[in-house]
Design a protein around this ligand. Structure first.
Ligand code: HPA
Length: 252
């Protein structure tokens, strides 16, 4: 079953025919809310907004471990994450949707592993390719079938937030090889890998990174809201097609 982990622009999903909501308890505490189980154009999916249904949980306070654990518990076999980001690479502008392919993690102080109990042996997961190749392929096909353009490949820098970056920080991220910047995909992506759930992410560019383009002097939050509004339909269309393409059961 496909899970959609919604970000700032996706706290509800009008096209989702809701069948039930499940409150899931996990050994790591509460997820961001009850898990919504329903159908998108007839295909069963699960939906969870990582900031909560009322968009009240900031990036550093999200219980990433509980969210991913709860999705596994209800039977999710793949996760498509949606996140809003700032654009760093010069060809990436607000309104574009990017299928991420790499991550640089600058977040700190977040509970970031399931392998931290004294009973477990020291475990190092492979994370060379952080996003699942076949799920990415399904998303590319979904975008094509939905008639929408998505940019294939970008390096995501995960910052701690909740403040936005300084212009110098954005310059540094660019030197480090980052193309876009956000605050939420880590440790989400690595936790999904720890539980062996294929994970891929669509990033919606909602602003130029600090100091760039029309964010030269400041990032406009009203621009962010407007861009999220403008891109909502595109993201939903891609997800509806993805729900049809992504296998209902795990290939593992
Ligand atoms: N920086 C970090 N996170 C973000 C941004 C940004 O510019 N825009 C949306 N999420």
């Amino acid at each position: 079953m496909l899970a959609i982990l919604g970000g700032s622009g996706l706290t509800s999903f009008a096209e989702l025919e809701i069948e039930r909501r499940e409150v899931v308890r996990t050994p790591y505490g509460e997820p961001s809310g009850p898990i919504t189980i329903g159908r998108l154009a007839g295909n069963r999916v699960v939906f969870l907004p990582r900031h909560g249904y009322g968009h009240t949980i900031p990036p550093h306070d999200i219980n990433y471990r509980a969210n991913i654990w709860a999705l596994k518990q209800v039977g999710c076999t793949s996760i498509v994450a949606v996140a809003s980001v700032g654009g760093i690479r010069s060809d990436l502008n607000p309104g574009m949707i990017v299928l991420l392919d790499q991550i640089v993690d600058y977040s700190w102080g977040r509970a970031s592993t399931y392998f931290d109990s004294p009973e477990l042996p020291v475990t190092h997961i492979d994370f060379t390719i952080p996003f699942d190749t076949s799920l990415r392929q399904h998303l590319k096909t979904a975008a094509r079938e939905a008639g929408q353009t998505i940019i294939d490949g970008a390096v995501y820098a995960c910052m701690q937030g909740p403040r936005l970056e300084t212009a110098a920080e954005i310059n540094r991220l660019e030197r480090d090889g980052a193309d876009v910047v956000g605050m939420t995909l880590m440790p989400e992506a690595s936790l999904a890998r720890e539980l062996e759930i294929p994970y891929a992410a669509l990033a919606v560019i909602v602003n130029h990174g600090a100091g760039r383009g029309d964010s030269r002097l400041a990032i406009s939050t009203s621009q962010i809201t407007q861009t999220l509004e403008n891109t909502r339909t595109i993201v939903r269309l891609v997800l509806i097609h993805a729900a049809k393409l992504v296998p209902q059961t795990s290939s593992k």
